[in-house]
Design a protein around this ligand. Structure first.
Ligand code: URA
Length: 274
């Protein structure tokens, strides 16, 4: 089967979103026998495999963000309203994304400050960066349509795991998400929603601290816990609308997820017997 480049790219994005990180053939191929690669070197003796020196590349790709996280925690804790929290985020310099080219302003949230549902996406894109509001581009318009169809208009507060646009719309790193997490948690504490809708793999992995693909996490209830363990909420991962724009056939799964969500959100609260 030969694919045109656009279809191939879309298919690879679909697999990557689902957590596929290796390609296997149906039958094994002995590439050593075929002379394509050298046979593996005999195992080195124990003394020769003492821990390698830390790679500068690895160290650079995993910066120590503990000081920035501590600063974010302190700022977040002192904000007693969403307005104060938004101002604290705008004045915070600890997230490297703030200084990486494309980002012009902090993009915090939009919607109802006392919403029963918080929608948490990955991070702002170019449209969000320009307009200063989350999910206002094509993906956001699709998200709004889906929320409207599920009867959720006016019942959500929409935000992201990071508040500045990652350059080139790349996925935010776990470190960037960790630095912003205290603000996300404080927003949840202030809004006091009943549940969370985690939109896309990058959001679900960061919020649930799980390294699973979105296709296996989506549509099932998980328990979100704040870092200090004082807050717990049911959280439902679902597919990202940007993914649905590329793979319209997946919309039916996202719709099933929204029905799962509204069934629980609209379930009458059980009152204790008199
Ligand atoms: N994608 C996201 O995850 N968030 C936005 O705000 C926009 C696009």
């Amino acid at each position: 089967m030969s694919l045109d480049p656009a279809t191939a790219e879309s298919l690879l994005a679909f697999w990557a979103e689902g957590g596929v990180d290796a390609m296997l053939l149906d039958a094994p191929v002995d590439r050593i026998a075929a002379g394509k690669i050298a046979p593996p070197a005999p195992p080195a003796r124990k003394a020769a495999v003492a821990a390698p020196p830390p790679s500068p590349l690895r160290a650079a790709s995993q910066p120590d963000v503990s000081a920035a996280v501590a600063q974010a925690q302190a700022l977040a804790a002192s904000a007693d309203s969403l307005e104060a929290l938004a101002a604290a985020i705008a004045g915070f310099d600890g997230c490297p994304l703030k200084f990486e080219g494309a980002a012009t302003q902090a993009v915090v949230w939009r919607g109802e400050p006392t919403a029963p549902l918080m929608v948490i996406g990955e991070g702002p894109g170019a449209d969000e960066d320009r307009q200063g509001q989350p999910f206002v581009g094509r993906a956001g318009q699709l998200l709004d349509k889906m929320l409207a169809a599920a009867g959720l208009t006016g019942r959500v507060l929409i935000t992201n795991t990071v508040f500045w646009r990652p350059p080139g719309n790349r996925t935010p790193t776990p470190q960037e998400q960790a630095v912003c997490a205290p603000f996300v948690e404080r927003a949840i504490a202030l809004v006091q929603p009943k549940m969370l809708l985690l939109v896309g793999g990058a959001s679900a992995k960061a919020m649930l601290r799980k390294d699973e693909g979105i296709l296996s996490m989506r549509g099932r209830w998980h328990e979100w816990r704040s870092a200090d363990g004082t807050l717990e909420l049911p959280a439902l991962p679902t597919l990202h609308p940007a993914f649905l724009l590329r793979q319209p056939a997946a919309k039916k799964r996202a719709w099933a997820d929204l029905l799962t969500l509204t069934e629980r959100l609209d379930r009458p609260e059980r009152t204790s017997a008199p």
